[in-house]
Write a protein that binds this ligand. Structure first.
Ligand code: DGI
Ligand code: FE
Ligand code: FE
Length: 189
């Protein structure tokens, strides 16, 4: 898919605030692609598309999980966790985005997972550190990627912060979030 087409698709589908976030994630992903020698084009496109299903109807998303044989344990979660896998699947089957790197990058952007591909790692990090993000710990993550240039360590720190927040709020934890934490805890140095 061409960048212009992706931008139009997202502009039509999402509220302005979420569209602006998507552009910032795409631009941050391109910066990271330059540092970590990834494909800037793919990173930009995945960044634009990553939150495509953010506001999709939850019932429709559950139907989608079943129809496309996505991980059935997703059915125990809400749109917070479903919007990535559903968006990736819609891009693949309804919008002709066949690229595997982009598929995984969109699909895993919320939970992460063990052994992510390079584009996938970049979107996971870019979503957390795009310039308008102000959550606790974000500046430390920016330093880890932009100054220390340690992508796996950044992933570990993001997953650790996410888990802390989820536990604090008594939220259910998806297996892949834990697998991501354990894996990047092991490889972070
Ligand atoms: O869509 P965005 O707001 O840009 O960001 P996002 O897709 O990273 O995710 C939003 C939320 O998803 C965030 O509040 C943390 C939550 N999340 C991440 N991992 C898990 C999770 N929620 C649950 N319940 N379980 C998880 O494992
Ligand atoms: Fe998201
Ligand atoms: Fe996002």
């Amino acid at each position: 898919m061409k960048h212009k087409k992706a931008l139009n698709l997202i502009e039509e589908k999402l509220p302005k605030k979420r569209y602006d976030h998507s552009v910032r994630v795409a631009e941050t992903a391109v910066k990271l692609a330059e540092i970590f020698e990834a494909d800037s084009d793919k990173c930009y496109l995945a960044g634009i598309l990553h939150d495509y299903s953010k506001y999709d109807d939850l019932g429709d998303m559950y139907q989608y999980v079943t129809k496309y044989n996505l991980d059935p344990t997703l059915l125990a979660f809400n749109s917070e966790l479903l919007h990535g896998p559903v968006a990736a699947t819609k891009m693949r089957f309804e919008h002709g985005v066949k690229d595997e790197d982009i598929f995984y990058a969109i699909s895993s952007h919320t939970s992460g997972r063990a052994q992510m591909l390079l584009t996938e790692k970049i979107i996971y990090v870019a979503d957390f550190i795009e310039p308008e993000r102000t959550q606790k710990g974000v500046d430390k993550i920016r330093e880890i990627v932009f100054e220390d240039k340690k992508l796996d360590l950044a992933i570990y720190e993001i997953t650790r912060l996410t888990l802390k927040q989820l536990l604090k709020k008594n939220r259910p934890i998806y297996n892949r979030t834990i697998e991501c934490y354990n894996y990047y805890n092991m490889v972070k140095e």
